[in-house]
Write a protein that binds this ligand. Sequence first.
Ligand code: TTP
Ligand code: MG
Length: 361
Amino acid sequence: MNSQEPQRKIIHIDMDCFFAAIEIRENPSLSGLPIAVGGSPDKRGVVATCSYEARKFGIHSAMPTSTALRKCPALICLPVRMPLYKKVSKSIQSIFREYTELVEPLSLDEAFLDVTGSIHCQGSATLIAEEIRQRIYTAEKLTASAGIAPNKFLAKVCSDWHKPNGQKIITPREIDGFVKTLPVKKINGVGKVTEEKLSNLGIKTCGNLQMLSASFLENYFGRFGKRLYELSRGIDSRPVNPNRIRKSLSVETTFAVDLDLLESGIEALNKLYEKLLERLAEKSTHITLPIHSLTLKIRFSDFKTTTIQTVGNKPQLKKYQQLYTTVWERTERPVRLIGLGITFSELEQSGQLELELERDT
Ligand code: TTP
Ligand code: MG
């Protein structure tokens, strides 16, 4: 970081069990019970979120509702009421904006705030976070957790630390000691695969990670290696960006019955394509970047997921159909979910050749 710049004060706020907490607020008799909000089990829906009582049974976001019910037969499953959650989201965001213009929402229930120059609470970020959480509670009867740190990475890690209804601060002096014991999986972008790769090298904590040189990490992990080098030292210079530009858009659907014919898959894809066009039209006023590629996601009956992508500067049904046919001919396995996506170019990427990328999860 440039030593001329003032030390930044970043707050990351994250609501506790957001959808579930709202449902409990609306119907307090649900309080203390295992509840899940999401798709219904007979339509093969998944859990969007669940209460802490439900989490004790091992239930989590993205788990099929049918699995969740097996784990906890007493689970109360509620449908998603998006308009209600969006209203609450607007309300909390307007509270954030009373403290700073520099608010970067990450989702309906989560945002970064840069309060470096704030005059509120004598400029104390800790007090600002406390006050904001109190204001949210007063206005919405919902609890939030917060992380306060000199950068986004650490603030986000901290907001999880004393969840629910808690907050944690890391001062600049505490960074070195904090990251030493921080598990590498806490780094955003370190998923199961990277965690295992690192574990094979004997690396479990950011402290361990610091022993690897920048050039080794770059050779081993490519561009992400540089980021690992910095984050393991608690360095993150990304600014809080109040006008974050959308980088992708997608729609997906899980079928009531697996699709085991190419024709039925294409038919479903055609329908989904209409939905994609609608979403694109809805969001068009927020989109400022050109389209760069088209993505097809397929989840098979065994839950294996494949994402395949092709370059394109506008949505084209034919291209999605071709991608689907390619994947189908390769595997011919029953399909449980189809997703269609569009990626916008981050930088100028003109002159690129048609390419296909594939990722299996
Ligand atoms: P999260 O903040 O990840 O989860 P949460 O607020 O429910 O719980 P926590 O206390 O651990 O923060 O996500 C916020 C909301 O976004 C969540 O209530 C539901 C929705 N969501 C989905 O719809 N699908 C998902 O896979 C995830 C992770 C969240
Ligand atoms: Mg949350």
